[in-house]
Design a protein around this ligand. Structure first.
Ligand SMILES: *Cc1c(COP(=O)(O)O)cnc(C)c1O
Length: 223
């Protein structure tokens, strides 16, 4: 199967209110162009340099999503064009994004990445840390970032019950934060959860945005 037919199958399987992010990390420009020609306009990358290069050479109506862990000193390279940053996991990085967005005269949309998996290695904030950020005066003073929702990665496990529980936890945290910090603010509306292996389950648990790579582009080769 080629990229176009794989995409078609995925698009048929996700509801209309769920946004598909095509995760194109490590893949060559030709593969992204093929997905673009099949109608994809949202691409997810996890490395700053790679995303900047692809942004330069591909059509300008693409929305670029940063899904990988972000270092403060690299924010400036993506600030002029990035459409959504999924991986905000500290006040420090939020504050840096704000500073760089201001220089570009932009407001950058971000998601707060929550730690929902069992693995220690996955990045993300605890519910307590998120509440501390959202209730702080320093946060309220940031005029060039807009928190539009949450992102999370479930444990890489074949235990469906466990994965489901983690996604449901993220959904519950989202609803609690929405009620507490964003009442009547309709822009807080995104729950980014679900990848190739678990996106149907994530959608069942209330995902509004899935990040799918290998099911579209094939296995990644890291050599
Ligand atoms: C690579 C990656 C994905 C996509 O993973 P697949 O299993 O290839 O669908 C999704 N989210 C994040 C944060 C990633 O780094």
């Amino acid at each position: 199967m080629n990229i176009r037919s794989r995409l078609q199958k995925i698009e048929e399987s996700i509801p209309e209110n769920v946004t598909l992010v095509a995760v194109s990390k490590t893949k060559p420009i030709e593969d992204l162009q093929e997905a673009y020609d099949a109608g994809i306009r949202i691409f997810g990358e996890n490395k700053v340099q790679e995303m900047c290069h692809k942004q330069e050479v591909l059509p300008k109506d693409i929305a670029w999503h940063m899904i990988g862990h972000l270092q403060s000193n690299k924010v400036k390279y993506i600030a002029p064009f990035v459409s959504l940053i999924h991986s905000v996991d500290s006040f420090k990085i939020l504050s840096t994004i704000n500073k760089e967005a201001k220089k570009c005269d932009r407001v950058i949309d971000v998601l707060l990445q929550m730690h929902i998996a069992e693995e220690e290695t996955k990045f993300g904030l605890t519910p307590k840390e998120v509440e501390e950020i959202l209730s702080s005066d320093q946060f309220k003073a940031l005029e060039h970032v807009r928190v539009v929702g949450l992102m999370g990665m479930a444990t890489n496990s074949s235990d469906q019950e466990k994965v489901k529980q983690e996604f449901s936890t993220l959904h519950d945290i989202f609803e609690h934060l929405e009620k507490t910090f964003f009442p009547n603010l309709s822009y807080f509306n995104t729950i980014s959860m679900g990848m190739s292996s678990d996106y149907p389950l994530a959608i069942e648990c209330g995902s509004t945005m899935v990040r799918i790579g290998s099911t579209i582009f094939g296995q990644r080769n890291y050599n």
